[in-house]
Write a protein that binds this ligand. Structure first.
Ligand code: 5GP
Length: 133
């Protein structure tokens, strides 16, 4: 069965997309640690990031770097932090989280509640920065 993220890529489940090319897809995390918390995935479905073939793995990080620059341009933050967990969704993904303090990357903390309108505004801001980059 396709992962929830493959279903997002296929458009079967909606997402707040921020960037896409033929091999990678980036969208807002629905339970964000901070405004602008973004997930970057390969369209190819592989559970564990370190099982990706080397080319897809390298391309994923290159794509994530471009997305991180766009997040940084669109969201006021000191840096964009990176995490790889995969405890919940078995489809490789990189978390990009705008940081003000190191505690912003603590996945045990309460997630932000955002309205659909706010999600859409954030996604369009990051998408615009990505398309200019
Ligand atoms: P992980 O697998 O890295 O431990 O966590 C998966 C992440 O994906 C979580 O931060 C969770 O909020 C996010 N997530 C899970 N399901 C969905 C979904 O259907 N849409 C979006 N946008 N994010 C999701």
């Amino acid at each position: 069965m396709a992962s929830i993220f493959s279903r997002i890529v296929a458009g079967e489940i909606p997402s707040y997309k921020v960037a896409e090319d033929d091999r990678y897809y980036a969208f807002l995390d629905i339970n964000p640690l901070a405004e602008g918390h973004t997930l970057v995935i390969p369209k190819k479905e592989v559970d564990y990031i370190f099982d990706l073939d080397p080319e897809t793995y390298a391309g994923l990080w290159q794509f994530a770097a471009r997305v991180a620059k766009a997040v940084e341009a669109a969201i006021p933050c000191k840096r964009v932090g990176v995490a790889v967990l995969g405890m919940e969704v078995p489809h490789a993904h990189i978390h990009l989280v705008p940081l003000q303090t190191e505690g912003d990357l603590d996945f045990r903390k309460q997630k932000k509640q955002l309205t659909p309108q706010r999600f859409a505004e954030i996604a369009s801001g990051i998408a615009a920065a990505f398309n200019q980059g």
